[in-house]
Design a protein around this ligand. Sequence first.
Ligand SMILES: Cc1cc2nc3c(=O)[nH]c(=O)nc-3n(C[C@H](O)[C@H](O)[C@H](O)COP(=O)(O)OP(=O)(O)OC[C@H]3O[C@@H](n4cnc5c(N)ncnc54)[C@H](O)[C@@H]3O)c2cc1C
Length: 338
Amino acid sequence: MNDRLHHTDVAIIGTGPVGLFAVFECGMLEMRCQLFDALDVLGGQCAALYPEKPIYDIPGYPRIDAGHLIERLVEQAAPFAPVYHLGHAVTGLEPHAEGFVVTNAAGVRVAARAVVIAAGGGAFGPNRPPLSDIAAYEGRSVFYLVRRREEFRDRRIVIAGGGDSAVDWALSLAELAERVMVVHRRDRFRAAPQSLARLRELAEAGRVELVIPYQLAGLEGAEGRLSAVVVADLAGRQRRLEADCLLPFFGLATQLGPLASWDLAFDGNRIAVDPASCTTSRPGIFAIGDIAVYPGKLKLILSGFAEAALAAHAIHPLVHPGEALHFEYSTMKGVPSG
Ligand SMILES: Cc1cc2nc3c(=O)[nH]c(=O)nc-3n(C[C@H](O)[C@H](O)[C@H](O)COP(=O)(O)OP(=O)(O)OC[C@H]3O[C@@H](n4cnc5c(N)ncnc54)[C@H](O)[C@@H]3O)c2cc1C
């Protein structure tokens, strides 16, 4: 446990693209930030779910892989010396003489004038298949996300699921895996038509095997190393698929966790904010990015970037009371390193 109290101007919950950009926007207004994330990597969904997928709607980048976007955002935030507390979910938020104290599951406590919630869909985790011994294989042979495609080169891979992630990763990994088998309990997939057409082409060419209609029934292996995945059809007939890895893509279970009990006004499972400032129903607490909602909200990274700028301007008087805020372009002001 680390029970030392850190002090900063702004505590940011979530290091997705929007939380990271908030560091820059706050920094330009002379406000220091400390950030928390349950994940042990920076980048939120971009890093955890689709680091190698190209994004096409970031202004100024006709195409940028999600992982590279995060690298750029981390670089852009760096001159403002953010402090990151990673790998543990935020568990508490308490009023404090300075504003608030935010605490994470490791006992790190940060006192800040303002809190920015950039928590996406909440702390997210995978929907696990109901296989009793799966935990023993997780992280060694069973993966809920692909961090680096290369790790799957020449492997025999079972992908389970029928959505975009299952289909997209089957297409992508078929390029380098020894064998890709897609297990789905029905013949209908819920994926983009073009991707699906490509999957069927690969199946006809023998480069992907569609194991349909089957569902996962068991795992075989030892010491976390998988040797086979057992599947069963609706009548209970079993098949044994020799495999090195299992990638179950059954979607994400998002958990708002403690945020839901912080007396904030919600609209569905998102935090209602004033679109002019991103203030929540509790003074001093702001919400931006996917977690924030207001009329006309678009859940896009670029909307989150603009919200970060609005929130930073609204936070300024809390951190620098009595100081006039003169709006300045970055071209006039520059950044600390430049
Ligand atoms: C496959 C896919 C493709 C996409 N393509 C595009 C695209 O082309 N263009 C586009 O604009 N958007 C796209 N998106 C959406 C985009 O990724 C999101 O809009 C964006 O990630 C939202 O950023 P964020 O910073 O608000 O939240 P997130 O990226 O969700 O990050 C939130 C972070 O907060 C953390 N967190 C939550 N609760 C806690 C807690 N209690 N304690 C500690 N940490 C916590 C989470 O662990 C997470 O890391 C795509 C999404 C997916 C899944």
